[in-house]
Design a protein around this ligand. Sequence first.
Ligand SMILES: Nc1ncnc2c1ncn2[C@@H]1O[C@H](COP(=O)(O)OP(=O)(O)OP(=O)(O)O)[C@@H](O)[C@H]1O
Ligand SMILES: [Mg+2]
Length: 246
Amino acid sequence: MLEIIGLQVNHGWVRALRDLSLHIHKGEMVAVIGANGAGKSTLLGALAGLYKPAGGRILLNGRSVTGKPAEYMVRQGISLVPERREIFNSLTVLDNLLLGAYHHYRALKDAVREDVKRVLELFPALRGRERDPAGTLSGGLQQMLAIGRGLMARPSLLLLDEPSSGLAPLVVREIMAALADLKQTGMTIVLVEQNTAAALKVTDRALVMERGRIVLSGCSDEMISNARVQQAYLGRVRAARPAAVL
Ligand SMILES: Nc1ncnc2c1ncn2[C@@H]1O[C@H](COP(=O)(O)OP(=O)(O)OP(=O)(O)O)[C@@H](O)[C@H]1O
Ligand SMILES: [Mg+2]
């Protein structure tokens, strides 16, 4: 569904993505992990049309979408839930959701109402809060709202930038469970996470980025037991060999 070939993105003098290639199949849920500054957000931003590539190609369902603006990418079914959530605090929860549907609001008014219902089914904790200003929600609810707003665009490819950031473990579990539900609907999902353990549990495949490149990739199950992933991203030290019995 998504193919990236030799993608290069620069932020001024910083080469944030260097000759990055990857292929994501329809219905797959892929984790992208890596240290701070590895280029994870830049990758999502390039896919969402926020950054113009300096080189390489992005193909969506076989058609080039390289260098197209964000508005075009949304219409092609790519929706980004950014790291800083970008909720409008003074607007109500409902209005924040409706903003996510702005590009098809007129044409699909009834469908939009259905979509709001579906978001509230996915995140029952938001129910009853529709008329509250979004700024009064807890961090966890704001993250759910941000994902809900991303879903209102009716994406076929959902990009999430660190949805677990700053949230309590219980809320993280709730959000990961909702993402697993979304995957069941056939949605293709790219999940950037610093919470490697949570991301590997819920995804099919994982990519490790370092300095703008993918340096390792494999099934999430296998990555959990990969020594390099364990040491660098799961905070585990390899167990010492048991002392020989004398
Ligand atoms: N707007 C910008 N202007 C200049 N440099 C930037 C900009 N955004 C990112 N960079 C640089 O590009 C590189 C990749 O950054 P990016 O934000 O994509 O990494 P990341 O993997 O998402 O990191 P984090 O885990 O901290 O979110 C870093 O060296 C960063 O400093
Ligand atoms: Mg980032």
